[in-house]
Design a protein around this ligand. Structure first.
Ligand SMILES: NC(=O)c1ccc[n+]([C@@H]2O[C@H](COP(=O)([O-])OP(=O)(O)OC[C@H]3O[C@@H](n4cnc5c(N)ncnc54)[C@H](OP(=O)(O)O)[C@@H]3O)[C@@H](O)[C@H]2O)c1
Length: 318
């Protein structure tokens, strides 16, 4: 399995992992177990996905059956917005570990640089974007540095081997590097041919960070949420299908390969066995320079995942 070496720990992060957002709770355990048997080693979870307990069941089944050892897996999770203040970071991470049934995360990310008022897990879990009333978005005055200092303590305590950030733009990244004792190792952001984010990738690489592209298929992952902006599917776009026929692969494989060939990690989500296998098989071919350029040329700054759509005060990408 090709991987990216994380700078601080030298730990290898697999270049392809399984995204777990929107995997229904009822099929999580089976999907993870099947994916491990198919060769997946990285799983990308989050409090917000509301399925960490079931993901953990799949992982534990594979561990119990001796299919993999814990140290061969790379488990990622994320801190939700309501747990940013210093009282809550550690408790949230520990609670999530208990749900997975694990002793440590390989990578723990701050999901969004957005602090929302604390919501007691016994009242609502996962908390989502809105307060208990389900309507109001309640901002909290926690500066990012306070959260980051607590994230660093997770590494000190062995709760997370690596820490990183997600949905973070250049100016905030630069700021984190001004005060961090333990630098963020990974940046996870939306990247696909419609949103190539070349300047951000360049900055992250200059800072020594690994970059994980999420929502690699662009609108595809947002169809069910009606957040796809109505744009043409990348999977049927003629630039992609032409590149696919040049290498005799599927459009999905070409989209993932385009990212990995730039040195990015990808975390495609699927629950369909054939697609799981397909998405993992992107290392035995190379896209030509011309096709890489043509695919990058689709950039139109179409961002599917923008919290400003929920509340204008959350315009972190403005
Ligand atoms: N950090 C963040 O804020 C953030 C935000 C969004 C996502 N993520 C992470 O990134 C992961 C992936 O992003 P995503 O869930 O938005 O969507 P995605 O992986 O871009 O797309 C998933 C969709 O593509 C389909 N698909 C998968 N492989 C395919 C292939 N080879 N050919 C054709 N269709 C294929 C899936 O179908 P089926 O489901 O029917 O198999 C599903 O409809 C998430 O699951 C999550 O772990 C992180």
């Amino acid at each position: 399995m090709p991987s990216i070496v994380l700078k601080r720990t030298n730990q290898k992060m697999p270049s392809v992992g399984l995204g777990t957002w929107k995997i229904p709770n009822s099929s999580c355990a089976e999907t993870v177990y099947t994916a491990i048997k198919a060769g997946y080693r990285l799983f990308d979870g989050a409090c917000d996905y509301g399925n960490e307990k079931e993901l953990g069941e799949g992982v534990r089944r594979a561990l119990d059956e001796g299919i993999v050892k814990r140290e061969e897996l790379f488990i990622t999770s994320k801190l939700w917005n309501t747990f940013h203040s210093k009282e809550h970071v550690r408790n949230a991470a520990k609670m999530q570990l208990r749900q997975w049934g694990l002793e440590y995360f390989d990578l723990f990310l701050v999901h969004f640089p957005i602090a929302l008022e604390y919501v007691e897990p016994s009242q609502k879990y996962p908390p989502a974007w809105w307060g208990i009333d389900g309507k109001s978005v309640n901002l909290e005055r926690t500066p990012f540095q306070e959260t980051w200092v607590e994230m660093e303590k997770l590494v000190d305590e062995g709760i997370a081997k690596n820490i990183g950030v997600s949905n973070t733009a250049g100016s905030l990244l630069c700021d984190i590097f001004r005060y961090s004792r333990i630098e963020p190792q990974v940046l996870q952001v939306e990247i696909h041919p419609y949103l190539t984010q070349k300047p951000l990738i360049k900055l992250a690489k200059n800072l020594g960070m690994a970059v994980t592209a999420y929502s690699s298929f662009g609108p595809q992952g947002y169809l069910e949420l009606e957040m796809h902006l109505g744009v043409t599917s990348l999977l049927t776009h003629d630039v992609i299908t032409r590149a696919a026929s040049n290498v005799n692969k599927t459009p999905g494989q070409v989209i993932l390969r385009w990212a990995v060939q730039q040195g990015l990690a990808v975390i495609p989500k699927s629950t369909v066995m054939e697609l799981l296998v397909e998405d993992l098989s992107i290392e035995d071919f190379e896209l030509s320079e011309a096709d890489m350029k043509a695919i990058s040329g689709l950039n139109a700054k179409y961002r599917m995942n923008d919290p400003a759509e929920i509340d204008p005060r959350l315009a972190i990408f403005a």
